[in-house]
Design a binder for this molecule. Structure first.
Ligand code: GLY
Length: 558
């Protein structure tokens, strides 16, 4: 059934694509997001005279309403922007921060083992949200419309309600036990303490008021005043340690993206506090030494996996919040460094991860949402936003209407112990008051002489390798609809195994990779929810496609 839905979605995307090709007219806009209502919200504000940046605010805030299990105003995000008028490229960092009272001892039990409950559920798992400040920043610095106009679709949907799709209800069931712990969460997401049934209308008038106040007052409406007091009191009452200063001191930051070249293409991606851009650069720099197009599939996969292994080791070893730790970024991005790593790769044999220089002990969520936008003027937005795991911490402070993130688990809370995604880390990614946890979010642009792509996905630690595979597909000439539908594989250094979606490899390919020394594990589930938009620079033809793995994803060109 899912496959049929995927095929239908891919066909619908192709039909839209052909209509865009057929029309020899000025470029249209393309938006792909995880929910049709969010994609429509983006087009609604473009229809009011907004640009891609206003559309990004509309899409992001609507996702906060219709896909609260993945992202929202209680979480954060990284937004990669390209402004067509002057070519400016910037990353708006709206990543969450650790509260000043953060204490690593809160995340270990009496025996000194990691206390997983504290790091992924409830008040101690919640970092200070950044999403609201990110939306204010984008609207004020890059948008054409007032913030409140771009927030209007989200406010309307939160107030009037919508019918959640099957994915929302399934994922709610997965987190019911945690949601039932907190009265504010149970009142919002459960019906008399039970899971809602299909056909239920979900409304959040409290969230509508929060967004209205954000639109009217900007940052003050979220980070100071009544809402800030309600949040701090609610988190502390539930056992957390937020303060009014934690909220009042939060600022979104502009950072230079990571940009690099690969075989004539310019790739632009997220900089720290995300590991995405650096890991992608390392992998592409290594792969640049092979002519992948001339290799058989098994060797292509082998070299990609060996590049993944090395980049994820460096992620764990070196990366963290750029405001708090020194990172050897220039070295990690250099061609010489990549050449050294490449020289350590045997053409026919896997390198066991424990033969690489040891990672010195000195983690991530599948619930995240990515959207891609290109407008008629050529402005680009790749936005990836998150509450970390499904429904974040599960904690809704009564009266606020939104779930708080559990992004504290993206820190290396207990040095050397992996997080929810099996990712290890060291003190580079230790929580410090006000610091941002290391992310894998990889909103990216691929810029070629003929074509431009905007790409990204949720998927925790797998985000970076999915984006690698998506960019390689784009460079090979695949359409957005093909890219989002491709089966995926992943290696993250530890555990030393290639995980693969069903259908990623034939039986013969599995045998050949195993003969090289690779260990493979086929995953029962499919992963990611990739959203891709592309533009042909000569014809202006625009394509948008949303991953067939998601129920209500929507890629549209208008
Ligand atoms: N919370 C997932 C990430 O930022 O990578």
């Amino acid at each position: 059934m899912k496959r049929i839905r995927g095929a239908v979605a891919a066909m619908a995307a192709l039909i839209l694509v052909s209509s865009a090709h057929a029309a020899d007219r000025s470029p249209q806009a393309g938006i792909a997001s995880a929910h049709v209502l969010a994609t429509q919200a983006g087009f609604e504000v473009i229809g009011k005279g907004g640009n891609a940046f206003d559309a990004a605010v509309a899409v992001a805030s609507t996702l906060a309403v219709v896909e609260p299990q993945s992202s929202g105003i209680g979480g954060g995000g990284l937004f990669l922007l390209h402004r067509a008028s002057d070519g400016k490229q910037v990353m708006v960092d709206a990543r969450e921060t650790a509260p000043a009272a953060v204490n690593s001892r809160d995340y270990v039990d009496a025996k000194g083992d990691a206390n997983r409950d504290a790091s992924i559920n409830g008040p101690l798992s919640a970092a200070i949200p950044g999403e609201a400040a990110g939306l204010v920043w984008i609207a004020q610095h890059y948008g054409k419309l007032p913030l409140k106009s771009s927030l209007a679709p989200a406010i309307r949907i939160a107030r009037e309600g919508f019918k959640p799709d099957g994915r929302f209800l399934k994922e709610l069931a997965m987190r019911k036990d945690v949601i039932a712990r907190y009265p504010g969460s149970a009142a919002l997401y459960l019906v008399n303490g039970e899971l809602p049934k299909a056909g239920w209308t979900f409304k959040s008038p409290d969230l509508a008021r929060v967004l209205e106040r954000l639109g009217a007052e900007g940052n003050d409406g979220f980070y100071r005043g009544e809402l800030a007091r309600t949040l701090v009191e609610g988190v502390r009452k539930a056992g957390g340690n937020w303060s009014l200063d934690d909220l009042g001191n939060y600022t979104a930051k502009e950072r230079a993206p990571i940009a690099f070249d690969y075989r004539g293409w310019r790739i632009v991606s997220a900089s720290p506090p995300s590991s995405g851009g650096i890991a992608l650069a390392e992998m592409f720099n290594i792969l640049g030494g092979y002519d992948l197009a001339k290799l058989d599939r098994v060797h292509r996969v082998h070299f990609m996996v060996e590049a993944m292994r090395r980049a994820y080791r460096d992620r764990a070893q070196y990366l963290g919040d750029p405001d708090f730790v020194q990172m050897p970024i220039a070295r990690l991005l250099s061609a010489d460094y990549a050449a050294g790593l490449r020289a350590s790769i045997h053409p026919d044999k896997a390198t066991p991860s424990d033969l690489l220089p040891p990672f010195l002990s000195h983690g991530q969520g599948t619930h995240t949402s990515h959207f891609s936008i290109i407008d008629a003027e050529g402005n680009l937005v790749a936005g990836t936003q998150t509450v970390n795991l499904i429904f974040g911490s599960g904690l809704v402070v009564p009266g606020t209407g939104f779930v708080l993130n559990d992004e504290m688990d993206d820190f290396a809370l207990v040095p050397g112990k992996p997080n929810a995604f099996g990712l290890p880390g060291n003190e580079h990614n230790a929580p410090r008051p006000g610091s941002r946890p290391l992310s894998s979010m990889s909103p990216s642009f691929v810029i070629g002489t003929d074509r431009i792509g905007v790409i990204g996905t949720p998927g925790g630690s797998r985000i970076i390798t999915m984006v690698l595979e998506g960019i390689l597909g784009f460079i090979d000439g695949q359409s957005p609809a093909q890219i989002v539908a491709n089966p995926r594989f992943h290696h993250q250094y530890l555990p030393d195994v290639i995980s693969a979606e069903k259908g990623a490899f034939t039986r013969d390919e599995v045998k050949a990779l195993e003969a090289m020394g690779h260990k493979l594990s086929e995953s029962e589930r499919r992963w990611g929810f990739m959203n891709v938009v592309s533009r042909d620079r000569k014809t202006g033809a625009t394509q948008a496609a949303s991953d067939p793995r998601g129920d209500s994803g929507s890629g549209l060109v208008k």
